[in-house]
Design a protein around this ligand. Structure first.
Ligand code: HAM
Length: 436
């Protein structure tokens, strides 16, 4: 009787990042970290799951993420969806988590402005397609605190996101900015929008007909062509803004210009999350196709208070690493960190000495490896070659007798005997370090 063995695959919308792809990831993360730290931000790490309610309260009940994309961890005891909502969810983004950590750790009492960054996986139950995954990774920053209201901070955060992308070699991206104004301005704007859209409500797509009631702003950036033509006929401007909100936006634009940043003013850019106020921005790259946002962000001046903290302003952004990789020019990525030495035991009698030397080199920070299967010299040399190590250390019967190893320089093709009498490996170590 044959037994069927079930084959497992990665869950839909997720992927394995295999060793040959790792150097690109490490390079992006290292370069981004450097740029972010140049701007004075410090790393924070929060759990990858939080109370579901934290995300519902911050992004808003009517946001697409909360409505359709939350990956909620339902324990076996929680049988109904209602109960599961009270449980835990994988984080769909990190802004809410950072604000939770800011409040819980009383960071407002410790510093005037908390400048924080994170790099890590996020989870959204979306329909997967190119550039849209269920597990994806973000590089994000959040600046939160009593001293975070200055328009220069908006300009700093936008400049930082651009400089990360530039530092990674991206050039062909566009920056769109807009302002939503204060909560009061937003309320005026949604009232105005509903009045204007009411006569055309039947012309909107079914999703937007629902959005009319629960999230009217989202109609502005719907990609459906009927919705676009309805929206195109409205004269979206900044009439709903208070003088103060308009002043803030003007100062942000002036600061961006002083930094030489090119941007497009996009009055229909609204973003899908409830927490945004004032400045919002998005960075797009047309080469990405329909999922063209490399990153996005904005102000959220009321979120800290709304989640039980003090009234402090805040602003941040997040870039999607997978989308950055898709947009990067296709050429050889950085090489993986290679070994310095590959050790070959020519026969079983030499294996224990080879194993001892391997351990000595590794403990001295000289990256080394060997095959534990004693095979022919030819096949071990093939392995050594494949490992990319510039040196091969060979030990056989002859070397054991003479208390030495044969050191082969793979680049020059030369070889020499190196003395290891009394287990003194200092000349071997010196020679292996010569290349550094
Ligand atoms: P977001 O626009 O939802 O904003 O996501 C930011 C970026 O994450 C997107 O522009 C995109 O590059 C990437 N991204 C989002 N969803 C996916 C997905 N399903 N697959 C692949 N990449 C994706 C936020 O997350 C806000 N927390 C940003 C922020 C920080 N606002 C203020 N502070």
């Amino acid at each position: 009787m044959s037994i069927m063995v079930q084959k497992f695959s990665v869950p839909r919308g997720t992927s394995d990042i295999l060793p040959p792809d790792i150097p690109v990831w490490q390079d992006i993360e290292a370069k981004a970290r450097q740029v972010i730290q140049n701007y004075g931000y410090k790393e924070i790490r929060t759990p990858i799951f939080e109370e579901t309610e934290l995300f519902v309260r911050s992004m808003g009940h009517s946001s697409d993420i909360v409505q359709k994309q939350m990956l909620t961890i339902a324990s076996q005891k929680q049988e109904s969806a209602e109960e599961a909502m009270g449980g835990l969810s994988l984080r769909p983004e990190s802004t809410a988590s950072i604000v939770r950590a800011y409040i819980q750790n009383s960071l407002d009492r410790k510093e005037g402005l908390s400048k924080l960054f994170y790099i890590g996986p996020m989870f959204r139950g979306e329909r997967p397609q190119k550039g849209r995954l269920r597990q994806f990774h973000q590089i994000g920053v959040e600046a939160i605190g009593p001293d975070s209201s200055h328009p220069y901070l908006d300009a700093e955060v936008i400049a930082l996101s651009i400089n990360i992308l530039k530092g990674l070699g991206l050039k062909d991206f566009q920056v769109k900015i807009n302002t939503l104004g204060s909560e009061e301005d937003k309320a005026n704007f949604s009232k105005w929008l509903r009045e204007k859209l009411q006569p055309d409500i039947k012309k909107l797509c079914p999703d937007c007909q629902q959005r009319f009631e629960r999230n009217v702003f989202r109609i502005l950036d719907c990609k459906n062509k009927d919705c676009k033509s309805v929206v195109g006929r409205l004269e979206i401007g900044y009439g709903h803004l208070s003088r103060q909100s308009q002043g803030h936006f003007d100062s942000v634009k002036k600061a961006l210009s002083s930094l030489g940043i090119e941007y497009e003013e996009a009055p229909c850019l609204v973003r899908g999350l409830d927490y945004y106020t004032h400045t919002v921005f998005e960075i797009t790259d047309a080469s990405l196709g329909s999922q063209d946002a490399l990153g996005a962000g904005g102000r959220y001046n009321n979120l800290v208070k709304q989640l039980g903290g003090p009234q402090v302003d805040a602003i941040g952004f997040a870039l999607g690493i997978e989308r950055i990789i898709l947009a990067l020019p296709k050429h050889e990525g950085p090489a993986a960190v290679a070994l310095t030495a590959f050790i070959i035991a020519m026969d079983e009698s030499a294996q224990s000495k080879a194993f001892e030397i391997l351990n000595v080199l590794r403990c001295e920070d000289i990256a080394s490896d060997m095959s534990y299967r004693v095979a022919s010299m030819k096949s071990q040399m093939r392995l050594a070659d494949k490992s990319g190590a510039p040196y091969v250390v060979i030990i056989g019967e002859d070397e054991l007798k003479r208390d030495c190893v044969t050191l082969k320089n793979m680049e020059k093709g030369s070889q020499e005997a190196v003395d290891i009498t009394n287990n003194n490996y200092s000349s071997l170590k010196t020679k292996l370090r010569e290349r550094d």
